[in-house]
Design a protein around this ligand. Structure first.
Ligand SMILES: [Zn+2]
Length: 337
């Protein structure tokens, strides 16, 4: 497909491929799962997508359904954003430190999912399986849920917890197996590394911050935007203040002329300074280049002298110092032996 549509160098396509773990479910675990999700995840995905197209849907119908679905997602997103700004969700459970933290950082929807995992962790059973150094291994399961048994590894040094169900790697929040083991080790807050930005209330802010950083790196925007807007507002207010009085208008116009001239002067001086710097830089580079060339020439001339002495009987020195060549040959012979 890539070859057929000549996408090898397509910027958008390559970026999308680079982010494949985010949209291709078969890659969201660190083993191949063919996109098979846990039943809970699958249900929530189906619920969120709610796509009504089927095999017999024609293209135009599909487009209309797709548009309607996108509109529905956007409305839901707006509502969720609004709900998130209104306050912190509460829980029927007593708000332990970990639940309080989750309520503060996660979006409301994610908090409900997290709350479910938390409830399951309270109801789960554990069995110690062994340890290697400061790493301990447990089995965690819920009696009444078949297939819920998973192995959890916990590193005491840095509170790293991993579970064979791979819920965190797949979905971005900790499963009840991990929560249970963290609780067992008196870890009462979610370690930072297990709070993925995409599920937090500030996810959008982070995205814009990142976009700004990228743009700044590419010099597409600069750090003066804020100052510029501030000054535009100030000058606008000044004009509004004096525009009705002829004397004030004239004063502003005169001031504008002198200020404009002064700024031109500053810009000219700055450009001259930059040009000087640039010229000095180029001169420095030329000097380094000339020096390198001179060294290469010196090496070449030395090499050519040595080449001549390899076979002195047939060597043609073209007027070069024969005595020097013979001395070099003798020196090399002595050095070899
Ligand atoms: Zn798990």
């Amino acid at each position: 497909m890539i070859n057929t549509f000549k996408l090898e160098k397509d910027k958008w396509f390559n970026r999308l491929y680079g982010l494949k773990e985010k949209w291709c479910t078969s890659l969201s675990k660190d083993f191949f799962s063919a996109g098979i999700l846990s039943s809970q995840r699958s249900e929530s995905t189906n619920h969120a997508v709610g796509f009504k197209a089927n095999k017999s849907t024609i293209l135009t119908e599909f487009y209309s359904i797709f548009q309607a679905t996108i509109n529905r997602w956007r409305k839901t997103e707006e509502k969720d954003d609004f709900d998130c700004t209104r306050g912190i969700p509460t829980s029927e459970l007593s708000m332990s430190a970990i639940l309080k933290q989750a309520a503060n950082v996660y979006t409301i929807t994610l908090f409900r999912d997290f709350e479910e995992e938390f409830k399951l962790s309270v109801a789960s059973s554990t069995m110690f399986k062994g340890s290697v150094g400061r790493t301990v291994f447990f089995e965690v399961w819920i009696e009444v849920i078949a297939g819920s048994r998973q192995e959890v590894q916990y590193k005491m040094e840095d509170s790293t917890v991993t579970c064979t169900c791979k819920n965190f790697e797949e979905s971005g929040w900790l499963c009840f197996h991990c929560l249970r083991i963290l609780h067992l080790h008196s870890i009462n807050t979610i370690p930072d590394r297990y709070i993925t930005t995409r599920w937090t209330r500030y996810a959008k802010k982070q995205i814009w911050k990142r976009v700004d950083t990228i743009k700044r790196e590419k010099s597409e925007i600069n750090n003066f935007t804020g100052w510029r807007l501030h000054m535009i507002r100030r000058y606008y207010n000044l004009i509004l203040k004096g525009h009705k009085i002829a004397k004030a208008r004239k004063f502003i116009e005169e001031k504008f002329k002198t200020d404009n001239k002064a700024v031109d002067e500053i810009i000219k001086k700055e450009e001259e300074r930059k040009a000087k710097e640039e010229a000095a830089k180029i001169a420095e580079q030329e000097k380094a280049k000339a020096e390198a060339q001179r060294q290469t020439q010196d090496e070449e001339s030395t090499n050519s002298e040595i080449t001549i002495v390899v076979d002195p009987d047939r060597a043609n020195n073209k007027g070069k110092n024969t005595a020097k060549v013979i001395i070099t040959l003798i020196y090399q012979t002595i050095k070899k032996h």
